[in-house]
Design a binder for this molecule. Structure first.
Ligand SMILES: C[S@@+](CC[C@H](N)C(=O)[O-])C[C@H]1O[C@@H](n2cnc3c(N)ncnc32)[C@H](O)[C@@H]1O
Length: 483
């Protein structure tokens, strides 16, 4: 180990920052967040330092640095662009045994400021021993995705009951196991789901009568987004990796199902070529029964479960049966496809609103209020509209929309197979004759922006199957940055 990591209590303690620029402001803010009383010494201050001084977060000593100023401080940081000042700060602290850090000068530091993942009171500090700040930053970003935001609240709850548990559960080993069950079981889950009060009641109840926590099953209704696994939320990933069973359907990319634990059971409930998909009733019943067996069930749905996803129907059955559930929103196809196609769904110059519409035929025809759609005027997004695209375009024209209104189709949006076809209400239907599902139809002036704002395209030669390809099939390949 190059350095010994320690956590220092700075509450109410004086600390000094030498320098008045942006770097000094960042360092001063960090120490202030840890409760220190921070003084900034500099002949002048700018930007953020000035703001922090003005609102009382920092004290400013308007002066050039003098070595005597370090006396009495717990920590000193120098962040000036004058090497001789930085050296003089370092020498003054070294001579008095005061921890000192000179920004970007590893040789002038006797302590370093680590990368921090802050879930206060849980804090993770990481360092590469000064070898690579960029590596430290990337590692930190990974940790940020792994540690749920609710861990801080969980730690607070555990802290409040620590003494009571010590009094009630005498053996060290038994107590350790008790806490492990609490953290990894239903009580920990409740906190992470934002149900703090319920979690606390359960924990208090457990400690009062020392019943074993009952791990009832639970269903996580998770929006898996439109295809690119990077579009999953942190919560979706965390719950997916916790699940004992994953129930998924056709629009969920294989790479996303693969993120579940290796030993988790996978149940496909979508349509396969030539076969019928499970009925909605069967799926809801399956979720209920799996949860009743005490299993944690991840129900993965494409996009967002509450947008043309029948998520509401599935959890109604769970609610009626008293099965606990959580809903994790996902990026809906309209947002994902529009972003990856460079088609802003709203735009101050072109569209003040957007409508999500089902283009799915019910019985004999498309049962839509065409007049209302045409009069609305702004962006129209048709889900499940590929098979009826020609009829949708001609109905819009027949009800008064200009025949040259821009229209586009995003096929396999956000995946390596993404294709974007653009045209007008008149020309688009012929251009998309060979397009395949899943595809999203977008109508409105914003479609015209695609030619200027496109930044992403599917890679040539990707596996032709959206459903059965290798996990990498749905990875995006940016072609150029939007900048
Ligand atoms: C049953 S709806 C499910 C919508 C989903 N719940 C959502 O929020 O995106 C299925 C339709 O979503 C659209 N869709 C889903 N994923 C897509 C993708 N990757 N590219 C284009 N359209 C997609 C298609 O219109 C498809 O027919």
């Amino acid at each position: 180990m190059d350095q010994l990591p320690i956590f220092m209590n700075l509450h109410g303690k004086p600390c000094l920052v030498v320098g008045g620029g942006a770097v000094a402001a960042r360092k001063a803010d960090l120490m202030r967040a840890a409760g220190a009383r921070v003084t900034v010494v500099s002949p002048m201050i700018t930007g953020e330092t000035r703001r922090m001084v003005d609102d009382g977060r920092l004290t400013w000593q308007e002066a050039v640095f003098d070595p005597a100023m370090v006396v009495g401080n717990r920590l000193v940081i120098a962040a000036t662009d004058e090497p001789q000042v930085n050296h003089s700060v370092f020498d003054a602290c070294e001579a008095r045994g005061i921890p000192v850090n000179v920004a970007d000068e590893p040789d002038l530091c006797n302590f370093i400021l680590p990368g921090i993942v802050d879930r206060s009171p849980v804090t993770i500090a990481l360092s590469t021993g000064g070898r690579s700040p960029v590596l430290a930053r990337l590692m930190r970003a990974r940790l940020e995705t792994l540690i749920p935001a609710g861990f801080g609240r969980l730690a607070d709850l555990l802290g409040r009951y620590r003494q009571r548990a010590k009094d009630r559960i005498l053996g060290l080993e038994t107590r350790k196991r008790f806490w492990e069950d609490v953290i990894d079981g239903p009580i920990g889950n409740l906190v992470l789901a934002g149900k703090d009060r319920e979690a606390e009641d359960k924990l208090a109840g457990l400690l009062d009568d020392r019943e074993a926590p009952t791990d009832t099953g639970e269903v996580y209704l998770i929006g898996a987004g439109p295809g690119d696994p990077d579009l999953l939320t942190f919560r979706a990933l965390r719950l997916l990796q916790k699940a004992d069973v994953v129930v998924y359907d056709r629009l969920v990319a294989p790479a996303i199902v693969d993120l579940a634990r290796r030993e988790a059971e996978r149940i496909y409930v979508g349509k396969r070529a030539g076969n019928h998909s499970c009925s909605q009733g069967d799926i809801s019943g399956l979720l209920r029964d799996l949860a009743a067996e005490g299993k944690r069930v991840a129900r993965l749905k494409g996009g967002d479960p509450f947008i043309f996803g029948r998520g509401g129907e599935e959890i109604e059955v769970l609610a009626e049966s008293g099965v606990p559930f959580q809903v994790v929103p996902g990026i809906t196809a309209a947002s994902g496809c529009a972003s990856y196609a460079g088609i802003p769904l709203t735009h101050r110059d072109h569209a003040q609103s957007v409508r999500f519409i089902t283009g799915h035929r019910r019985g004999d025809g498309l049962d839509l209020d065409w007049k209302n759609l045409v009069e609305g005027g702004d962006t129209l997004v048709f889900y499940m509209g590929l098979g009826n695209a020609r009829e949708i375009c001609s109905q819009l024209i027949a009800h008064g929309m200009p025949a040259n209104r821009a229209a586009g189709l995003v096929e396999h949006g956000t995946t390596s197979r993404q294709q974007v076809h653009v045209g007008t209400l008149t020309t688009l239907p012929d251009r998309i004759a060979a397009a395949q599902s899943p595809a999203l139809l977008i109508v409105g002036d914003v479609v015209g922006l695609h030619s200027r704002l496109a930044w992403f395209e599917g890679s040539a030669g990707a596996d032709p199957s959206f459903l059965s390809g290798s996990p990498d099939d749905s990875r995006p390949v940016p072609v150029r940055s939007a900048a």
